[in-house]
Design a protein around this ligand. Structure first.
Ligand SMILES: [Zn+2]
Ligand SMILES: [Zn+2]
Length: 348
């Protein structure tokens, strides 16, 4: 079985390769991959911003497909199942992994492993790929494959939501209506909370509105004043910062209610953002500054349910123009254009 795949040969150079797939091991499945969305990490690598991670990089982790064959020991996945990938499963043997806390796995390799023929990555942008059964999550066959590819981003948001402990009577502001800001807003809404999205780019403001969110248009109003006005001068219960920027962190703290407000720091930023708040303010106002990163077993399970039952809708954060695998270079160019939502690469 041959695998045709997209990979990054060097900065700004996406290439198409072909290689023979090995025989299936007993615990593996062969997946005919339908689509893979280009994650921020993928296009930043293409742009040359992640050179330290190395080349050739056959990345891509926001894909989905249909199972074509299963190894002799595979029990829970069968031919014809629609699946997406949970690439966060660790060694599956240590205490943390057994509890589903993959991010705490003690046996994670320090360096990304390379294939025998020298590639990094998990071949997300490939026509066919071999995955371990434990990395497979069943997705609804009715779901657009590009939406099923949202499994991992949604899982990371579910991880953050566990920390945020959002309740139905609460108001949350999501700063930033990029892809992850709007996934956060969608998942926040499933907690029955009032969700307000703050954004400056017109395209993203329109998308947030089309999703039915209250929107603070930062071109027209000061976001802190507007959050105060929208809450009758009280301030908001919590803020999800989905932009890695000092200014956003500052606004988040300023728009909180007087006591017991919570800030979830969802996004990293480069240059590294700061949180300009003095610790007396955190102390007296009992503010919670919460961090989140990654996702665990329960988060992937919840993310699959949210997508499969259509409790959340990610269709508006997939760019309408989709690319064929042969146009991988053009797809990377499109994805790295500022203001884009997920760009989908069609693989089969
Ligand atoms: Zn991703
Ligand atoms: Zn482990």
């Amino acid at each position: 079985m041959k695998q045709k795949f997209g990979y990054l040969a060097s900065a700004k150079h996406a290439e198409i390769g072909e290689r023979e797939l090995p025989e299936l091991a007993p615990n593996e499945v062969l997946v005919k991959q339908l689509t893979c969305n280009i994650c921020t990490t993928d296009y930043q690598h293409w742009m040359g911003l992640r050179e330290h991670q190395g080349y050739p990089m056959a990345g891509g982790h926001e894909g989905s497909g249909v199972v074509e064959a299963v190894g002799s020991d595979v029990k829970n996945i069968k031919v014809g199942d629609h699946v997406a990938v949970n690439g966060y499963v660790g060694c599956a043997l240590c205490e943390a992994c057994l509890q589903g806390r993959y991010s705490d796995c003690v046996n994670k390799p320090k360096d990304r492993p390379r294939t025998a023929d020298g590639y990094l990555g998990s071949f997300g942008f490939a026509t066919y790929a071999i995955h371990k059964e434990i990395n497979m999550v069943k997705m609804s066959p009715d779901l657009d494959p590009a939406e099923a590819g949202y499994l991992e981003p949604v899982a990371t948001v579910c991880r953050g939501m566990r920390k945020l402990r959002l309740e139905p009577q609460e108001t949350v502001v999501v700063i930033g209506a990029g892809t992850m800001g709007l996934v956060n807003a969608q998942v926040a809404r499933t907690h029955a909370a009032r969700v307000i999205v703050s954004e400056i780019m017109p395209k993203k403001i329109e998308t947030a509105k089309a999703m039915g969110f209250e929107v603070i248009d930062c071109n027209k109003v000061d976001p802190v004043e507007e959050a105060m006005r929208l809450t009758g001068g009280v301030g908001v219960d919590c803020v999800i910062v989905a932009v890695g920027a000092t200014k956003a962190n500052e606004q988040a703290v300023q728009m909180l209610k007087k006591n017991d407000g919570r800030v979830l720091l969802f996004a990293a930023g480069y240059p590294v953002p700061e949180i300009p708040v003095d610790s007396n303010v955190v102390h007296y106002r009992r503010i919670e500054l919460l961090g989140t990163f990654g996702a665990d077993a329960q988060d992937f399970a919840k993310a699959a349910k949210l997508l499969n039952t259509r409790a959340i809708d990610v269709s508006k954060i997939i760019e309408p123009k989709r690319f064929k695998l042969d146009d991988f270079q053009a797809a990377m160019e499109a994805a790295s254009t500022p203001g884009m939502y997920r760009v989908c690469v069609e693989l089969n």
